[in-house]
Write a new protein. Structure first.
Length: 133
């Protein structure tokens, strides 16, 4: 997983309208918070269960991929994930974020989650883009 939040995708006004239609009114406040939080990179905190994932710093990622994919060591050529900053509503029980899986096809999704019975559950997700190499 990439060690800082992904700044690549602040949401522009035209896409905001589409996302509000898709996710409904509950996403309004988390979307505003999402856009505010994605003007600055944040460190990804170690809150994941041990999954065998490696956390890359920006410097490590840039160095690894500086020579193109053919120069990346074989133990690193698998998938890696980058996550945006997470936007919340005022009650902190609805979250909105973007996640990108970099693999042979790079796919990005906008995801809305809600906290129900003290657990986070995916309410809905929509693919933002897919790039096939």
């Amino acid at each position: 997983i990439f060690g800082t939040t992904d700044l690549a995708k602040q949401i522009k006004q035209d896409k905001l309208s589409s996302l509000k239609k898709f996710f409904g009114k509950a996403v309004n406040t988390p979307l505003i918070d999402y856009n505010k939080k994605n003007t600055t990179e944040y460190m990804v905190k170690d809150r994941m269960k041990d999954t065998g994932m490696i956390v890359f710093t920006k410097e490590q990622r840039d160095k690894l991929f500086s020579g193109g994919l053919s120069e990346v060591p074989s133990h690193v050529t698998g998938e890696y994930v980058s996550v945006s900053g997470i936007g919340f509503n005022e009650a902190k029980d609805t979250a909105f974020f973007r996640i990108t899986l970099n693999s042979s096809a790079v796919t990005s999704y906008y995801v809305m989650m809600q906290k129900k019975e003290n657990k986070w559950v995916i309410v809905n997700a929509i693919m933002d883009n897919m790039i096939i190499f």
